[in-house]
Design a protein around this ligand. Structure first.
Ligand code: UD1
Ligand code: MG
Length: 472
């Protein structure tokens, strides 16, 4: 065990000369760009881009340096899909999350530079004379968008809550039913701000239903329940689509890039779109996320040198919840979660214990072939007739795999995850090919989701809220 740890830590704790120089040059260039954004009206998007470069460099170095420290603290896991099951650092998502949170905090003056200048009469130059009636009526106060700062800070607070939960889970291995609701508590600050600041709980009614329901329907408090459900779903669903090298981070990167494409559709318009601020807000949260996640993926891709931990899965899911809720596009967000929704629905028989659910459902590694195949769960007593019939049907439709004994009773059935299903369809494959397949599925489903949102939706809704008309 100690030997394995030593082997795992030997090449983990230092950066090569080439890496050091590349990261230093990247960080230096980004700081140079940042120094130039405090001019004129400021350049928050450019600053955010530069911050994501800094976040990448810092996260990349810290992951490398802190690996052995994490192993010594007991935060390590066995890579189950390798012949000798090496022990590598776990919970590296916590490093990313902390770097990310600090970057978001440092970014505040850059995001609000223009407003700070306006509210303080010229970049903090308080010699500028303010007319008495303005002071008396408090008009200067209104020059600063406190509501946007409140949104930003509530997003930060929600992310901090989820990071604490994630680290707690990685340390203590909290049981599924105890931790599943916690993201909803983390979302309370955001929902508060949504209520006070935006408060829209109406949804547009599809055209065929308009004669019966009217143009809009007010969901009232149900809309808040729905947003809390989104907050529970996104972090947990990323944690469920996990278990092979690189898949947690890669799916999150695909979702974030597609969300940025969606933002760009509203930002690159000939005139200022009413949703510009919401989508800028989304970019400010996503750009540094892409920075820290790319640094993590380089260490977590096959063959992994670190594991991301539940902290990363919860943190990534919550970043999407924050941009979806505070950017007012939580329904579009769900269209980018099609594989996760499928994986969750497909998993429900195991989650609700209709089918035995082992602690781990990741694919089974064969040391002889070096390939992954669908993992199976054992039936100690044969399933009830109804469950057996359902499993037989799934087996015939190639939606699951079952094994029977001589008497025709089911003794094993495949674990119901999208990873195992893919292996049933495509046959055994290497771990990195399976991860790449998931990246392809996520990208294809996400692009389809955006197509549905901006093109197909026009068949049932009167208009798209985007200014450009049709995407393609
Ligand atoms: C969730 C899944 C579980 C899956 C696990 C994989 C549900 C309800 N739970 O549990 O089925 O097995 O994620 O992360 O769907 N590991 C590898 N290779 C990897 C990543 C992880 O071998 O590329 C192993 C390591 O031993 C690591 C462990 O998985 O220590 C992490 O599992 P953990 O994140 O604690 O599992 P859960 O999130 O509870
Ligand atoms: Mg996990």
């Amino acid at each position: 065990m100690t030997l394995l740890c030593n082997m795992a830590t030997a090449n983990l704790n230092s950066l090569s000369r080439r890496e050091t120089w590349s990261l230093l040059i990247l960080a230096g260039a980004c700081f140079g760009v940042l120094a130039n954004t405090f001019e004129g009206e400021g350049a928050p998007v450019v600053a955010s881009l530069a911050f994501s470069g800094v976040a990448f460099s810092v996260a990349y170095s810290m992951i490398r340096w802190l690996g052995p420290v994490f192993i010594r603290a007991g935060l390590s896991g066995k890579d189950m899909a390798k012949p000798n099951r090496p022990v590598i650092p776990e919970t590296m998502g916590a490093v990313c999350a902390v770097v990310y949170l600090l970057v978001l905090i440092f970014f505040i003056p850059f995001a609000f530079y223009k407003d700070i200048v306006a509210a303080t009469s010229g970049g903090g130059n308080r010699d500028v004379v303010i007319e008495v009636h303005h002071v008396e009526t408090g008009r200067t106060l209104h020059r600063f968008p406190h509501e946007r700062l409140a949104s930003y800070l509530s997003g930060l607070l929600s992310l901090q809550c989820i990071v604490i939960l994630g680290i707690g889970d990685d340390l203590l291995d909290i049981r599924w039913r105890h931790k599943v609701l916690i993201p909803a508590f983390g979302a309370i600050p955001m929902l508060m701000v949504y209520f006070v600041d935006f408060g829209v709980t109406h949804v547009v009614v599809p055209m065929p239903l308009k004669p019966y329901l009217g143009a809009f329907i007010d969901l009232g408090f149900l809309y808040y329940a729905y947003m809390a459900a989104v907050a529970i779903f996104c972090p947990n669903s990323i944690n469920m689509l996990a278990g092979i090298n690189g898949v947690e981070v890669a799916q999150s990167l695909v979702i974030s890039v597609l969300l940025m494409v969606n933002d760009a559709l509203y930002l690159v318009t000939p005139f200022r779109h009413p949703a510009t601020d919401s989508h800028l807000f989304s970019l400010y949260f996503l750009l540094p996320f892409v920075g820290v996640s790319s640094a993590l993926l380089l260490h977590n891709w096959y063959p992994s040198k670190v594991f991301v931990g539940d902290t990363y899965c919860y943190f990534a899911g919550m970043v999407f919840v924050v941009v979806g809720i505070l950017g007012h596009f939580s329904k579009t967000l769900l269209l980018l979660f099609i594989p996760q929704i499928f994986n969750f629905v497909y998993s429900t028989p195991q989650l609700f214990k209709l089918i035995p659910c082992p602690r781990h459902r990741f694919p089974r590694f064969s040391a002889e072939t070096g390939l992954l195949d669908a993992s199976m769960t054992e039936w100690v007593t044969p399933p009830a007739p109804l469950v057996a019939t359902a499993l037989d049907l799934l087996h015939r439709l190639r939606l699951a795999r079952v094994r029977k004994n001589g008497q025709g009773e089911i003794i094993e059935s495949s674990n119901l995850t999208i990873l195992n299903l893919w292996l049933i369809w495509m046959g055994p494959m290497r771990e990195d090919r399976l991860a790449l397949s998931m990246v392809a599925v996520q990208t294809a489903c996400g692009l389809f989701g955006l197509f549905v949102r901006h093109c197909l939706a026009l068949l049932v809704f009167p208009s798209d809220n985007r200014a450009l008309g049709i995407i393609l």
